[in-house]
Ligand binder design. Structure first.
Ligand code: LMR
Length: 403
């Protein structure tokens, strides 16, 4: 059912100098727009052609040569320090660990706020030892590129929508099943269950060490006409995230799905490349979709949340005190951010209302049941891939356990 493109072997580009202030500085943020989403390797379906460094344009070979040169310089410096009575402890103590953390949403969104909070707490706890460079709003790269960059050690941290790990694992598809989770509380109960916690380690072997799940919120449809019933969506072109479940979800209601990076959606809606899309209130507001979409349907039909992940080799290379300190901070930020996510989304909804642009349509209970029934075939289509046990564990997290 799903074309499952082989992901290139991760765990390359482990030049330690790339992670410290002795390594290359981060580039100036790239501009928004099409160029901002350019992939940085050639080849399709993640087959690797000559690899090009995201920041310098160098090939992998020349990067490895440069890495060897840097290592030689580091070795010479260490020998020199040892001769001066300095030695390894001094060099280690002075080292600054730089964590590049690009993401695609605006700073005011749940993810934007959590990422900034992580930076603030990490730098306050480890002054001069840890520096976190947060790049919001797709300034550095889009999510697809960041998955690859993390696996290859070009960046150190991500918080990418669970839907977008689709080509790496079927396990996260459970989060995309329409109307499976009624609200964030149900999602959180599942994520805290053994079946949910297991998912944090799902991709460690492939270069993504999961540290936490961060919420955004529940999704709403936006469209050029009111969508009271699934049939109203027939014939519309919908932008979706990179997920085969979401693709099936649109197809089952007679729409035409188009996978697209978030940074391209506003223009695509404006120019008519796509007609409609689904997103959270905070993304609909901060990405200004309500300016180019006359109707926003309050369907809460799906969930957007993130896997916060680090490059496993980078994480293992951190001194124990820094690694455990950062893990504590991630846990603290997770609690802080997830507790605020719903309020941030409701505030964004209120801002859309206050703008007077984009009509918010509340659906009746009967209309919502029609949507649930219309999309339900997607569950059966993906139950083998996801695993019925995992779906059952998610169902058990719903209030009242109602299937
Ligand atoms: C989207 O692409 O619509 C979302 O994944 C954006 C996000 O990260 O919330």
């Amino acid at each position: 059912m799903q074309s499952f493109a082989a992901w290139p072997a991760p765990r390359l580009a482990k030049d330690p100098a790339d992670r410290t202030r002795t390594g290359p500085k981060a580039p100036a943020p790239r501009p928004h727009g099409r160029g901002a989403n350019r992939r940085y390797t050639s080849g399709t379906n993640h087959e690797r052609g000559p690899e090009v460094n995201l920041y310098t344009g160098n090939s992998m070979r020349s990067r490895l040569r440069a890495g060897a040169r840097r290592l030689a310089v580091v070795a010479l410096s260490a020998a020199w320090l040892a001769g001066c009575g300095g030695g390894e402890p001094t060099a280690q103590a002075e080292r600054t660990y730089v964590i590049k953390f690009p993401h695609v949403t605006a700073p005011a969104t749940p993810k934007g706020q959590a990422a900034d909070r992580f930076k603030e707490l990490a730098e306050a706890r480890f002054p001069g030892r840890v520096e976190v460079e947060v790049y919001p709003s797709s300034q550095l790269m889009d999510d697809d590129a960041s998955l690859e960059a993390l696996a290859f050690g070009e960046i150190q941290m991500i918080a990418v929508s669970l839907s977008k790990f689709d080509r790496l694992t079927h396990a996260f598809q459970v989060f995309d099943l329409p109307f499976l989770f009624p609200d964030l509380e149900a999602v959180e109960a599942f994520q805290a269950s053994p079946a949910g916690r297991e998912l944090l380690g799902e991709l460690t072997d492939r270069g993504f060490q999961g540290l936490a799940f961060w919420h955004n919120g529940m999704k709403q449809f936006t469209a050029p006409r009111p969508l009271h019933a699934p049939e109203d969506a027939r014939g519309l072109k919908f932008r979706i995230m990179e997920s085969d479940v979401l693709q099936a979800q649109i197809q089952v209601i007679g729409g035409s799905p188009q996978k697209m990076a978030l940074g391209e959606v506003y223009q695509a809606l404006q120019t008519g490349t796509v007609d409609a899309q689904e997103n959270t209130w905070s993304n609909n507001y901060s990405s200004k979709f309500y300016e180019v979409q006359p109707y926003l349907m309050e369907t809460n039909h799906g969930y957007i949340g993130y896997l916060v992940a680090v490059n496993p080799d980078f994480w293992a290379s951190l001194p124990d005190d820094i690694r455990s300190g950062l893990e504590e901070i991630v846990a603290e930020v997770t609690e802080w951010g997830n507790a605020r996510a719903e309020a941030i989304n409701q505030e964004a909804k209120a801002q859309i209302l206050a703008s007077g642009r984009g009509e918010i349509i509340e659906l009746t209970d009967e209309e919502l049941v029609a949507w649930q029934e219309g999309m339900r075939p997607v569950w059966d289509e993906f139950s083998d891939d996801i695993g019925q046990e995992r779906i059952d564990a998610a169902l058990a997290s719903r209030p009242g356990n109602n299937h």
